[in-house]
Design a protein around this ligand. Structure first.
Ligand SMILES: [Zn+2]
Length: 98
């Protein structure tokens, strides 16, 4: 077996371990840097071979960047009180009608 053979086998092996579904499920972890080294390698391999997932990843990046530009100020007091009130009544409802 030549070096290239070995390399190709490694690539096929690693890329074959990951399905498109798994890639789409792990894409957030990938973008946030939460993948382990092996998972990250498999992810890279799959992306190298799969145009669909590359496109998906690009869209996810764009989406996250867009979301990241939204103002993340503190919640207005009125909204917070309203939410707390709703949670309280939701809890109360559950104790009355289990
Ligand atoms: Zn794919």
């Amino acid at each position: 077996m030549t070096r290239d053979d070995l390399k190709n086998r490694m690539i096929n092996y690693l890329a074959g371990q990951l399905t498109c579904k798994e890639v789409t499920e792990a894409v957030t972890d990938y973008l946030e840097g939460n993948l382990g080294f092996v998972e990250w390698m498999r992810f890279q391999m799959h992306l190298g071979l799969c145009q669909g997932c590359r496109r998906y990843l690009r869209q996810m990046r764009l989406t996250l960047r867009t979301l990241g530009t939204l103002p993340m100020g503190p919640i207005p007091l009125a909204v917070r009180d309203e939410l707390l009130q709703r949670f309280r009544t939701w809890k109360a409802d559950r104790t009355v009608n289990p």
